[in-house]
Design a protein around this ligand. Structure first.
Ligand code: PMP
Length: 387
């Protein structure tokens, strides 16, 4: 079909064509692509649990007890006791009355936002919110008011302009491509003053931020003050699935209204067992996230010393901004040749002219490995005239 060929050739010309890379070993700090051993610096497996024996044992045990497929959607034949246990455990973890599982974080966002908002609603959405929030907002038919990234003056102005009693503010907790944290304390304050609902998608804070690793709400000490806490089990928790934590009535409402919950086959018991186990690990192994955040600070500091443009981040997501898409790919390829896997992120995932390497650390990376990456980044950065 002509329009497809034209589109593909256009994105090739712009350096935006994407190739899949296939791993053939477990996702851990060392993995492999083809027969090449790679140091992985790009995974959301922040706590390096994807290949943890305890999680694999939990999955195996669940398979032996419950089989593999869940066999139906949650409201028909797909609910197992394990699902109930996990929802209760997530609620305790997040400090809420209840929680509901979705099959992915993406589905949690589109299901929740469309269940709540319709064309009578106004949604205030951060300019850098994740695509699944944006899609949920668009699908809902609500009036979408985008405020400048983390800019509370702009949000306040827009709240004054767009009035009504059906309004909510939605934000990423940690921004997935920049690594910065939303000013949740200020957002909650503005929301309370103006009687607006709040929703935070804490995909990247869950398991990483806060004294107990429960995420942004804990980080800001806002327990009980955010109406809708969304998260995913697919990143630090090394599993699959999304969730919403909140009041019992919110959860019951979503069970009846969220279409991505109602009309999709439930997560398999094995993945639920993995999530149950990784929540315990997060609780019991604080040292993983302490080391992770320390290493992230140190690594950012070293990158800046080399002359790279690194966005400010209090998380484990480090955005090394290059700007030009082709140069970004070249840098990523040069690192690949040296056995380092860091993804080049380009538009439309990030705004035009802000192509970047998205570097993510794992709790298992040690300083020696990070120094090796710094050396190779320095070499390649100089060769390409980036630093
Ligand atoms: N929200 C944010 C902020 C994300 O970064 C992601 C994943 N990239 C998602 C939601 C979607 O989560 P999942 O991968 O579980 O669908």
């Amino acid at each position: 079909m002509k329009f497809i060929d034209e589109y593909l050739s256009d994105i090739k010309d712009k350096g935006l064509y994407r190739e899949l890379k296939f791993f053939n070993r477990p996702q851990s700090k060392y993995t492999s692509i083809g027969n090449k051993r790679m140091l992985l610096m790009a995974s959301n497996n922040y706590l390096d649990l994807c290949n943890d024996d305890r999680l694999k044992d939990a999955a195996e045990k669940a398979i032996h007890t419950y089989g593999v497929g869940s066999g139906g959607s949650r409201l028909t034949t797909g609910s197992y006791e394990l699902h109930d246990q996990l929802e209760k455990k997530i609620a305790i973890f997040k400090g809420t009355e209840a929680a509901i599982l979705f099959n992915t974080g993406y589905m949690a966002n589109i299901g929740t936002i469309t269940a709540i908002a319709d064309k009578e609603w106004i949604i205030f959405s951060d300019a850098l919110n994740h695509a699944s929030i944006i899609d949920g907002c668009r699908l809902s038919g609500a009036k979408i008011v985008v405020y400048k990234h983390c800019d509370m003056d702009d949000l306040q102005e827009k709240i004054k302009v767009y009035k009504g009693n059906k309004r909510f503010i939605v934000t990423d907790g940690v921004f997935s491509m920049d690594g910065d944290i939303a000013p949740l304390d200020k957002i909650v304050k503005l929301a309370k003053e103006n009687n607006i609902l709040t929703m935070v998608d804490d995909a990247h804070g869950t398991g990483v931020l806060g004294d107990n690793g429960t995420g942004c709400v804990e980080y800001f000490n806002l327990k009980g003050q955010v109406d809708i806490q969304l998260g995913t089990l697919s990143k630090a928790l090394a599993s699959e699935g999304g969730f919403v934590a909140g009041t019992k009535s919110l959860v019951t409402y979503l069970r009846h209204k969220a279409r991505s919950f109602i009309y999709s086959t439930a997560l398999s018991p094995a993945m639920i067992a993995v999530s149950l186990c990784s929540l315990d690990i997060v609780k019991n192994e604080k040292e993983r996230r302490v080391k992770l955040l320390e290493n992230s600070k140190w690594f950012q500091w070293e990158l800046r010393k080399l002359g790279f443009n690194v966005l400010e981040s209090n998380t484990v997501i480090i955005a090394l901004v290059i700007g030009n898409a082709e140069k970004t790919i070249k840098l990523s390829e040069k690192l690949f040749e040296k056995g380092i896997f860091i993804s080049a992120i380009r538009p439309p995932t990030v705004p035009e002219h802000t192509s970047r390497l998205r570097i993510t650390l794992m709790s298992s990376h040690n300083r020696e490995e990070l120094k090796y990456v710094l050396d190779k980044l320095k070499e390649a950065g100089m060769e390409l005239g980036i630093i």
